[in-house]
Design a protein around this ligand. Structure first.
Ligand code: NAI
Ligand code: OAA
Length: 277
């Protein structure tokens, strides 16, 4: 029997269109869901959306997460770390893939092990607001870098947290220049700023160790652009990636680029040709 007489391989182009559910219809999810519904990601169709508030203006039914797991085969999370903790493993166990924006949830080692070890669905992480993670992940196979540092600079209002005491809040609110609000590792920081420092956890996922990534969070009243600076040094090279993003007008904690980074990740998952991987 010749190779061509055997069972034919599934050919690219014959793949089924992925039925996608977007969870969290805020600054990120609304742009992502609208783009999918408009056909901007060939190979993906918007099957449904999930949010814990009523959703209007999206041309797909709003369903519960239980219904979504039945109806779709790929869940795009843009809801927050709590959603990933609560529902991530169940989505994967039901056989749907999961694209995570709230990477900060993965600083919990047990959850990280569960999500990367549960199937048949597969978990993916978007690069989100930062670049260079592909290269940092590649460099890992040459050995861990000696030093990895992330400095995130945002407008003070986007960094206020319920756990902050009056003194720190006062310093934030009256700052006339940059103020370091927290210095720690990618293990501690995303827990303290769950909606605004997922990038620290994303760097840690690329490097392979949240404890190894030193993070400084800076509030700056003149930071009309959100800055993330990643610096990594190792035996095999040194890396420096800096981005300066326009914040989303409705949720300035999130950079405007992020939904487009999620759409790019989604396009790669559904097998769009020409994607940079
Ligand atoms: N990886 C990255 O670079 C970035 C990640 N993020 C993550 O993405 C998340 C979403 O960001 P945005 O769209 O800017 O937030 P947002 O606050 O504008 O929207 C969040 C939406 O999710 C919904 N939601 C919250 N909890 C939910 C739950 N348990 N179940 C269903 N719906 C729920 C809310 O009602 C809201 O509509 C952030 O909380 C953050 O964790 C945000 C920015 C960058
Ligand atoms: O959008 C950004 O620039 C980063 C962000 O909020 C996060 O890391 O959670």
């Amino acid at each position: 029997m010749t190779a061509t007489q055997g069972t034919p391989a599934v050919r690219a182009g014959a793949r089924a269109v992925r039925r996608v559910c977007v969870v969290g219809l805020g600054a990120i999810g609304r742009v992502v869901a609208t783009a999918i519904a408009e056909g901007a990601v060939p190979g993906a169709e918007l099957a449904c959306v999930v949010d814990n508030r009523p959703v209007v203006g999206i041309s797909a039914p709003q369903v519960t997460i239980d219904q979504a797991v039945e109806e779709c085969d790929l869940v795009v999370e843009a809801a927050g770390q709590a959603f990933v903790r609560e529902h991530g493993a169940r989505i994967l166990a039901a056989g749907a893939d999961l694209l995570v924006a709230s990477t900060g949830a993965l600083t919990d080692d047990a959850l990280a092990r569960t999500l990367t070890g549960t199937g048949p669905g597969r978990v993916y992480f978007t690069g989100g607001a930062v670049g260079g993670l592909d290269l940092l992940q590649a460099a890992r196979s040459l050995g861990r870098p000696h030093r990895v540092r992330l400095t995130t600079t945002k407008l003070p209002g986007t960094l206020e947290q319920p756990w902050m005491d009056e003194e720190l809040l006062h310093r934030l609110r009256t700052a006339t220049g940059p103020v370091e609000v927290m210095r720690g590792t990618a293990r501690d920081v995303p827990v303290k700023f769950p909606r605004s420092t997922n990038v620290a956890a994303s760097v840690a996922l690329a490097v392979g160790d949240p404890d190894q990534v030193e993070v400084s969070v800076v509030a700056d009243p003149s930071a009309t652009l959100t800055r993330h600076l990643i610096e990594a040094h190792g035996e095999h090279g040194s890396y420096r990636f800096e981005v300066n993003h326009v914040p989303d007008p409705v949720n300035p904690a999130t950079s405007r680029i992020v939904p487009h980074a999620v759409l790019r990740s989604l396009a790669a998952i559904v097998g769009r040709p020409g994607q940079i991987l």
